[in-house]
Design a protein around this ligand. Sequence first.
Ligand SMILES: *Cc1c(COP(=O)(O)O)cnc(C)c1O
Length: 408
Amino acid sequence: MKKPERSSWKLDTLLVHSTEQDHVTEATGMPTVQPIYASTTYLHRDTEALDHALGGALPSGEQAYAYARQGNPNAHALENILCQAEAGTGAVVFGSGMAAIHAALLAAGLTPGSKILAAQDLYGTTITLLRKILMPGGVEVVLCDLYGTDAAARIEEEQPDVVYVETLSNPLVKLIDLDTISAAASKVGAVSIVDSTFTTPYLVRPIEHGFDLVVHSATKYMGGHGDSTAGVVISAKNALLDLLRTYVNMLGAMLSPFESHLIMRGLKTLTLRMERQCDNALQVARFLQRHPAVECVHYPGLPGHPQHELASHLLEHGRFGGLLAFELKEQSRAAAFCFMDNLQLCLRAATLGDVYSQVSYPPIASHRNLTESERQNMGITDGCIRLSIGIENVEDIINDLDQALTSS
Ligand SMILES: *Cc1c(COP(=O)(O)O)cnc(C)c1O
């Protein structure tokens, strides 16, 4: 059978056809969906073949399996598709986003005495990982505002070994200027890492903007249905990839065959969900902007947003993501709780990126380990609410927000 020219396919086509396998012959009948390989061990023809498999590959260069912690066919298929989706040289999947981030930081070379410069508004657990695991191991951690025009100057001044950012910040959805940051990192010889969970390869592929490593919590948009926990690191360089493979094995962070299957199934509808979620989010942002109970809305898709121009240039498809934040006129914890309790459709949840619309209050969720003044310094007020917009009918989402704002 002649193989289709996959390399020319667009992202939506690629993801839909991601699991067709040619490992079963035409004669036996080919499943359209890859079977879930629940085996921990793989048997080989003879001991020499087992020897090659334990080394990770056959003499032909084909992937070989021996023991599930080193890899499994479902995880491997997922790695291949995510590598293509992000235009990398290879990818490694992990049991969670945090496991992926940990391995990416180690692969980037954070040894005692080295220095990481990171954006101050990182995902809370990532900051905790830097503080509780890397700092005691002798890594110098510098957090600063990398969203402003002086970001390149800060990198040059600090001379870090690793630069770590997120494409969009949480909860205020500030956008990173990927090209400027990667160029500044490369100038000082630093490895650049970006967490692209909020944007997904549908909106931007950071390797094309010069990044060395891209990480995702696949638990969010990639899986999309709130039923599986996973992470991935995509590398632009082979040397980093070898280190990632070593770490996933040593740290025992391999993604299971079943979770790999669920993420793979989620990916088939990623572009459809993103289209709908981004379009819904823009309509919700416009609605909130006009609402008398709302002080202001943070969403880069709004023309008045300070980064609207950068977002229009960096993000593809004329879309701006499914996440937004807004501030209630009455900036208090009580008003925020009351608004959240009045919601009938939007779920009160700490996660994001699912098919459901979800609402989160940063002071009790992502930013609960910070003091009030630390939050204020980051621009997160007591009236700040984060929304992850789902794929529901947008009128229902807007009606729900409206009734909760009005009865608060
Ligand atoms: C959720 C999240 C993570 C952590 O991922 P897990 O899959 O929960 O381990 C990291 N970064 C961002 C931006 C996230 O939203």
